[in-house]
Design a protein around this ligand. Structure first.
Ligand code: GLA
Length: 389
């Protein structure tokens, strides 16, 4: 976010919470994309995410009282809470903050009360992880302000636990992790079983990635997400009854016939096929990016979309339409990203195609759904950090 907006927010902070001798500190966390490895990060899979230059910023200052005060610029709302925290029925955005405090305290850190102002430009419900960014920036800001010295990797885990336990979405670790450790110009490959990771830099030559926001968010998103996770768990249990050597669904290497012999339901079978085929596509995409085989990468992205739509069933009419139209317009690869049920599509294409695709797709989407599309070019940026003003 630009420094002018940060400056205005600092004045806002003073107006809302009062100016004192101690200046609040400013922290920022990015949004994220994921190139490949979708819906595998709670099954021990490999994911290839990168941090991008949309962000959430918080100003934070200890307040020497028992009352935590949070102000959101987006909602133009101030909320005051004290321990023990409950989830907030009318201001759910505060749960991402209090959830993080609860998880830090569960680890033995005592978090004194503070004033916090939050602002951001990550489009909400777009699948770019605005909530994970709020969790990570809150955790990092608290850790730095009170000198806890918690490693960024551990802040990510705290954020995920806040989301799992306090907010109630049983998300994996991918979003919080990349938002914590991201690096300008690099994506990471993260093994979500061991949390080991490495940075990768890919030269895209005359190709580029960009995003298209479908501007829809279907409200079954969170419940369906949790349901998918349960289906994957029950599939694994049934597989393990016959093949105890498979420790996680991501590692299963059985044929369709062998899977059917494990008595999987139709849904469990489809979920398993998505997860195990995503493992193969992830390898192909990494190889393709390393060897500049961009059409191979693009093909795998289309295949992932197809599998997310048909096997994992987390797409929707709007994102399916975007991807199939892009394909017919000759784009080299595209797929929905994130949890699904709306949100953004990631596109890989030749740089000189952007304007033409933009115009044609906007027109046909508007005609079909009477909805606007947003196109975002982005840069790969750093993970969470303090901004010195
Ligand atoms: C959401 C979750 C992530 C991950 C993706 C799907 O973004 O927060 O943990 O599961 O969906 O890959």
């Amino acid at each position: 976010m630009d420094s002018l907006r940060s400056k205005e927010n600092l004045n806002h902070f003073d107006r809302i919470f009062g100016k004192t001798n101690s200046k609040p500190r400013l922290f920022e966390a990015p949004a994220r994309i994921n190139i490949i490895g979708e819906h595998v990060d709670y099954l021990g899979g490999i994911v290839l995410p990168a941090a991008i230059n949309f962000s959430v910023q918080v100003f934070l200052r200890p307040n020497q009282s028992q009352i935590f005060q949070f102000h959101s610029i987006t909602y133009n709302e101030t909320v005051k809470v004290r321990k023990p925290f409950q989830s907030h029925p009318t201001s759910p955005w505060t749960d991402y903050i209090t959830g993080v405090i609860v998880e830090m305290e569960a680890l033995g850190f005592d978090v004194p009360a503070f004033d916090l102002l939050v602002d951001g430009n990550i489009p909400q419900g777009s699948g770019l992880s605005s909530s994970a960014a709020l969790e990570v920036v809150t955790g990092f800001a608290i850790s730095e302000t009170y000198g806890f010295g918690i490693k960024k990797e551990d802040i990510a885990v705290i954020g995920q636990k806040a989301e799992n336990n306090f907010v109630g979405t049983k998300c994996g670790i991918m979003d919080q992790f990349i938002i914590a450790v991201g690096k300008e110009n690099d994506c990471i490959s993260l093994n979500t079983n061991t949390l080991s990771y490495s940075y990768h830099h890919f030269e895209l030559e005359d190709y580029e990635f960009y995003l298209i926001n479908s501007n829809v968010k279907h409200n079954l998103k969170d419940s369906a997400y949790n349901k998918r996770r349960l289906e994957c768990e029950s599939a694994l249990e049934k597989i393990q009854a016959k093949f105890p050597n498979f420790k996680q669904l991501y590692d299963v290497t059985l044929s369709k016939e062998e899977l059917i012999d494990c008595c999987l339901t139709g849904d469990e079978l489809k979920r398993t096929i998505h997860v195990t085929s995503e493992r193969d596509r992830t390898k192909q995409v990494i190889q393709g990016l390393e060897s500049n085989q961009f059409s191979q990468v693009g093909m795998s992205l289309f295949e992932t979309h197809e599998s997310l739509s048909k096997n994992f069933e987390v797409s929707c009419e709007e994102t399916d339409f975007i991807v199939s139209t892009l394909k017919s317009l000759g784009v080299i690869g595209a797929r929905m990203i994130g949890g699904g049920f709306g949100g953004c599509v990631l596109v890989l294409d030749k740089k000189n195609q952007f304007a033409k695709i933009n115009e044609e797709l906007k027109k046909s989407y508007q005609q079909k759904f009477n909805l606007e599309l947003d196109f975002y070019k982005f840069q790969i940026s750093d993970g969470v950090k303090e901004i010195f003003t």
